[in-house]
Design a binder for this molecule. Structure first.
Ligand SMILES: NC(=O)c1ccc[n+]([C@@H]2O[C@H](COP(=O)([O-])OP(=O)(O)OC[C@H]3O[C@@H](n4cnc5c(N)ncnc54)[C@H](OP(=O)(O)O)[C@@H]3O)[C@@H](O)[C@H]2O)c1
Length: 430
C-alpha cells in the first residue's frame, strides 16, 4: 500500500479496527513521511486501510452458509466487515451475531413480539438490505424461495452478488441474468461446483465447450430403487462429504441438488444443457471441471470446505491466505474415482434436467414442488422415494407460462406448492 500523504488531504471515513491501527502504526514508524505530522500520517494510513475493507450484507446469516461466511470474516477481519445481517427465525443466534459483528442494519422474519436485539441496528426489509448502497458485496445465503426477491433486488441495484441460494437462479434464471446484464450487477457463484467452474474459466479467451459437474453421489450411492424405498430421514441427513442445511442435504441424497446445479450452471455460464455433464466423484476433491475446444480439461481441487468458495466470492479478484482452511495432503488423497449417475435410482436428477430443458415455468414448479416434498419427507409424512414421485406428478400437471415475468414465476411457485400438497394429501406416496 504505497501512498503519499499531503498536508491537506481529506481523511476517508474512519471505523475502529484495532489490527489495522497496529499495522498503520508500524508503517508510520518504519516509513516516516517528511513534512507530515506522525499523527496525521497515522490517521491517513489507517483510514485508507479501513476504506479498502469490503463491506458485506449477509442474508441468511444463521444458516450453514451464513455461519461459514461469518467464520471467513472472523479469520480475515482486515479484509471484510459486516454491515448488515438478515436471518429467518433464529433470533437467539442472530443476537449473538449482532453482538459480535455489530452491523448497522438487520432483518429477521420472526413474527410476534420484537425480540431484544443488542446494539442500535436499523431494521430493513430483505429487499432494502439486498440493494444497500453501504454494502460492497451482498451474500445471498437464505434458503429456498426466500432468496428470490432479495436476489432480484440486489441484481436490479447493480450490486456484486455472492450467490449461494440456488433456487432463485433455477426458478427465475432468465429474469435474473437479463436484469444483471441490464444493471451491470455481477453474480459471483458460492456453490462449490460453480465456483470451481468459474475459477477454471478465469484467464481463458475462448468459451469452454463442456462443463463437467461433479457429484459426491450422496449417502445412498450404489443403492437400488427397492433399497431406497426403506431409507430413513436420519440416514438421508448424513451426507458423506459436506455439512449443510437440511433442505440441501436431502436434495443431495436424492441428487435433486445436482439437477438444480445443472440449471444454475446453464444460466451462470450460458452453457447448453447438452454440454453439461454430471459425473459422480465420491471423494469430493474435484469440485467440477471445464473442457475446452482443444480437449484440455481444467479442474479445481480442494478439501470439501464451503469456506473456500465463500471466501473466493468475497475476496475476488484476490486470493487471501486463511489459516483456518486446510490444505490437500497429496500423500493422503489416494485415488480419485468417477462413475456415471444412476438415473433409475435417482430420478430427481433426470426430472430437474428435463424441467431445465423445457424452461418457462417448469423450473419454478420443480423448485416449489421439491421444497414441499422435502418438507413432507422431513416430517416423515412421505417416504424417500415419494419425493421424486410427488415432484414428477406436479410437473406433469403443470400448464407452463412461456418466458414468464417475475409475477408469473411466483404464480407458478404458489400453484406448485398447493398442487403438491393436495397430491400428497390425496394419495399414498410413502
Ligand atoms: N450449506 C451448504 O453447504 C450449501 C452449499 C451450496 C449451496 N447452498 C445453498 O445455499 C442456500 C442456503 O443453504 P444453507 O444450507 O445455508 O441453508 P440453511 O442452513 O437452512 O440456512 C438458511 C438460512 O436462510 C434463512 N431464512 C430462511 N427463510 C428466511 C426468510 N423468509 N427470510 C430471511 N431468512 C430466511 C434462515 O434463517 P433462520 O435459520 O434464522 O430461520 C437461515 O439463516 C440454499 O439455497 C442452498 O441450496 C448451500
Amino acid at each position: 500500500m504505497g501512498m503519499k500523504v499531503h498536508r491537506n488531504q481529506p481523511l476517508p471515513f474512519l471505523r475502529y479496527q484495532p489490527s489495522l491501527l497496529r499495522q498503520a502504526a508500524r508503517r508510520v514508524r518504519d516509513l516516516p513521511a517528511p513534512g507530515v505530522s506522525r499523527k496525521r500520517h497515522l490517521l491517513y494510513d489507517y483510514s485508507v486501510m479501513v476504506s479498502q475493507i469490503k463491506r458485506l450484507a449477509l442474508l441468511g446469516s444463521t444458516g450453514s452458509i451464513g455461519q461459514q461466511t461469518l467464520d471467513v470474516v472472523r479469520a480475515l477481519p482486515d479484509s471484510f466487515r459486516v454491515v448488515a445481517l438478515a436471518a429467518g427465525k433464529n433470533i437467539g443466534l442472530l443476537s449473538e451475531q449482532v453482538r459480535e459483528f455489530q452491523p448497522q442494519f438487520i432483518y429477521h422474519s420472526a413474527n410476534g413480539a420484537a425480540p431484544d436485539l443488542p446494539g442500535l441496528c436499523k431494521f430493513l426489509s430483505l429487499e432494502e438490505m439486498a440493494a444497500l448502497p453501504d454494502a460492497d458485496v451482498v451474500v445471498i445465503a437464505a434458503s429456498g424461495s426466500a432468496g428470490l426477491a432479495p436476489t432480484l433486488a440486489a441484481v436490479r441495484a447493480g450490486k456484486v452478488v455472492a450467490l449461494s441460494n440456488k433456487e432463485s437462479l433455477v426458478s427465475a434464471g432468465e429474469i435474473i441474468t437479463s436484469e444483471a446484464r441490464a444493471s451491470g450487477a455481477r453474480l459471483l457463484p458460492v456453490d462449490s461446483e460453480h465456483s470451481a467452474i468459474w475459477q477454471c474459466l478465469l484467464g481463458e479467451r475462448q468459451r469452454a465447450v463442456k462443463i463437467i459437474l461433479t457429484a459426491s453421489g450422496g449417502p445412498f450411492r450404489g443403492y437400488t430403487p427397492a433399497r431406497l424405498e426403506a431409507v430413513t430421514v436420519d440416514q438421508a441427513l448424513k451426507h458423506p462429504s459436506w455439512s449443510m442445511g437440511k433442505k440441501v442435504t436431502i436434495d443431495s441424497a436424492t441428487l435433486m441438488n445436482k439437477g438444480l446445479e445443472v440449471i444454475e450452471a446453464h444460466w451462470l455460464f450460458d452453457m447448453a444443457y447438452d454440454d453439461i455433464k454430471v459425473v459422480v466423484h465420491p471423494q469430493s476433491i474435484i469440485h467440477s471441471m471445464v473442457e475446452f475446444a482443444d480437449g484440455a480439461v481444467k479442474a479445481q481441487l480442494s478439501h470439501p470446505d464451503m469456506r473456500l468458495p465463500i471466501q473466493y466470492a468475497l475476496s475476488y479478484p484476490d486470493r487471501l491466505p486463511n489459516p483456518r482452511l486446510s490444505r490437500l495432503d497429496w500423500d493422503d488423497i489416494g485415488c480419485l474415482t468417477f462413475e456415471p449417475p444412476d438415473l433409475e435410482a435417482f430420478p430427481c436428477l433426470r426430472l430437474a434436467v428435463e424441467a431445465g430443458r423445457r424452461g418457462d415455468t417448469y423450473p419454478a414448479v420443480l423448485c416449489a414442488a421439491g421444497e414441499v416434498a422435502v418438507d413432507l419427507f422431513l416430517q416423515r409424512r412421505i417416504g424417500f422415494a415419494g419425493i421424486p414421485r410427488l415432484v414428477e406428478q406436479t410437473l406433469e400437471q403443470h400448464k407452463a407460462m412461456p418466458h414468464p415475468s417475475i409475477e408469473e414465476v411466483l404464480m407458478a411457485d404458489a400453484w406448485a406448492r398447493e398442487r403438491a400438497s393436495e397430491l400428497a394429501a390425496g394419495e399414498s406416496l410413502c
